[in-house]
Design a protein. Structure first.
Length: 329
């Protein structure tokens, strides 16, 4: 029997195990134009937390009692759709379950690049696209810039560090703990900040970038955004990608250095990865070439088994992942 995770209640604060339930789903015969896929890798992502709240946003909230959705990679088991055959490896959004059934348009065949399949959920997939266009299009970062990136050991952050270095920028990455900081260094960062170590973040950033920063790639919000404002050079550009520090919090965001936006003429621009899907060709060309040349590292943290999915998701908010958080089925 196929199984899927559903949301039983809306989390308040950090999601709890009992906000989720694993249910059995009947496997109906395929209709014309449909494909049945055995999922091999599931992605859990911080944005899913926002979809667990019953609020209007850029994507509708998850419905209670319905299978959750999310990025996944799997292998076609059965097809009644032209262009798909058993054995094809596909990317799709019917995650949080072991078997995905949908119309052919919901599935994209993975290119035969030799890259491991799960990389298409990480640096060669949505998080990579977020990093690439957030840095280069939203923040308009260019060679010679000093770039500060938070959650630098995570999926998006680790891609930002590498893209920025490949493009000739100076990179300061912030992450929680010595081990993650060592990874960020290993990815090429010029300086690292352990934000969990003793001392104010602003002082640590000042020590790493005494002349200030041209670009901030924000994955965290909160104190990180405040420190970046404090150290913004004139005309600095901030790509506001995520604010994970606030996702489980009911406290208002407080910025001590907000007025630096005025004096330093800072541009803050929020964005959603899908804004840039019309330019995916550029992403695949450049990132594909770097990957083929062995220039990209794809750190990952893997949890095994469908049962582990909510725990893997919840661990995103306590720093339980280095690189892309994945569930292997
Ligand atoms: P990550 O792989 O970076 O995982 C989350 C990481 O965030 C954790 O490992 C942890 O690392 C860090 N973190 C969690 N809580 C806090 C906190 N309170 N303060 C500081 N760091 C914290 O996730 P992703 O790479 O998938 O996503 C990164 C960000 O990008 C998220 O905010 C996400 O919502 C956003 N995003 C936005 C998109 C868009 O379209 N705008 C698309 C994709 C992602 P550590 O141990 O270092 O604390």
């Amino acid at each position: 029997m196929a199984r899927a995770w559903t949301l039983t209640s809306r989390p308040v604060g950090l999601p709890a195990a009992d906000n989720f339930a694993l249910v059995e789903m009947s496997s109906a015969p395929l209709a014309d134009g449909e494909v049945r896929v055995r999922n091999a890798w599931l992605s859990v992502d911080p944005y899913m937390r926002g979809r667990m709240n019953d609020v209007k946003s850029y994507v509708p909230p998850f419905a209670l009692g319905e299978p959750l959705t999310g990025g996944a990679v799997g292998i076609v088991e059965e097809s009644r759709a032209e262009g798909f055959a058993p054995g094809d490896r596909v990317l799709h959004m019917l995650g949080w379950r072991d078997e995905a059934v949908g119309s052919a348009k919901e599935f994209t065949k993975l290119p035969a690049t030799g890259a491991p399949d799960q990389m298409f959920l990480g640096i060669l997939g949505m998080p990579g696209v977020t990093a690439y266009f957030g840095l280069l299009a939203v923040a308009e970062a260019k060679a010679g810039d000093t770039v500060f990136v938070s959650a630098a050991a995570g999926a998006v952050g680790s891609a930002v560090v590498q893209i920025a270095k490949l493009k000739g920028m100076t990179v300061i990455g912030s992450a929680g703990g010595a081990e993650k900081c060592a990874l960020v260094r290993d990815l090429g960062a010029d300086a690292v900040i352990d934000y969990k170590a003793e001392g104010p973040l602003m002082k640590k950033l000042k020590a790493a970038a005494p002349d200030g920063i041209h670009v901030y790639f924000d994955n965290v919000g909160g104190e990180h955004l405040d420190a970046a404002l404090a150290m913004a050079r004139d005309n600095a550009r901030f790509a506001i990608c995520g604010m994970i520090d606030s996702y489980n919090s009911l406290e208002p965001l407080q910025l001590r250095y907000a007025m630096r936006m005025i004096a330093a003429r800072v541009t803050l621009k929020g964005f959603i990865v899908t804004d840039h899907f019309d330019r995916l060709g550029e992403f695949h060309a450049e990132m594909g070439a770097w990957a083929a040349a062995g220039k990209l590292k794809a750190p990952e943290t893997v949890h095994d088994g469908l049962e582990a999915t909510p725990d893997a998701f919840r661990a995103l908010f306590t720093g339980g992942n280095t690189g892309k958080m994945l569930v292997r089925l």
